[in-house]
Design a protein around this ligand. Sequence first.
Ligand code: DGY
Length: 319
Amino acid sequence: MRHRLFVTCPLPPSVKRLFTAEFEVSFAGESRAPSASEILAGIVGHDALVVSAPTKVDRALIEKLPDGVSAIATYSVGYEHIDVEAAKARGLAILFTPDVLTDACAEVALLLMLGAARRVTEAVDLLREGRWLGWSPVQLNGIGITGKRLGIVGMGRLGRAIADRARAFGMRIDYYNRRRLETSLEGGATYHETLESLMMVSEFLVLACPATEETRGLLNKTRIGLLPKGAVVTNIGRGSVVVDEDLADALASGRVAAAGLDVFDGEPAVCPRYFDLPNVFMLPHIGSATIETRNAMGQVLVDGLRAFWAGNPAVNRLV
Ligand code: DGY
């Protein structure tokens, strides 16, 4: 018997082919994410709900899912949009896509650092608006990253992949993590027991941590005030980690020289002040957006669901 998936997010054609080669699939989120009531109406007769980060799967929705549904699969590495406890209580498995986004997101973290430090927003605007008058020694001088100290908040797979790449730029790595890593994983990076201590040395700061109650508003006015003057701040984790008004104030005053942001609190809304700040280099959450990564995410879910329904352990099963 082929299991049936109810998919609520758009997927690249190659990923759709992966899904349909293995399962019977209803694609319901092509143009927009379906509402909870549309999901409940459409999912009858399916075995799994497939969502992605923008679709909230809260307790109310989980409690109303038909009994035939045995799994929720999210086409994302983040799972803060799913009420994990409610799913557990209903005996539903949750599958997600760990690890396969790491390289793509680490690449974009470096892009954010370089884009912010090298004033790419101003440079692109100058060129595209036809205002460029030719090379000048005083034009758009930015900040070099070679030899600088990089503070990484969150030294999971993503943080470590960023560190590997930053070392190639001659950066010295400092990090904060809930637990200190084993020496073999540290790669010579310096561990800080507190965020405050990390902030004090971070000429460049990368936020690479997930959205949790603990990380909400982690980068606030007080901690920004501890950064070296003229630091560069980047966020490849989740928007909720930053207090936008505090960062915008620091960017406006020059206390923070520049910011590179790929994620925003309340996406797709973006703190309007960022648009008026030329020292903000912004991307619309494209960290994982490569076709290689999208295909790998699809394969991980297909493999995980197959294993789950065969009664085997799935490496990407959260609960
Ligand atoms: C993820 O997979 O969590 C990406 O950030 C998309 O939300």
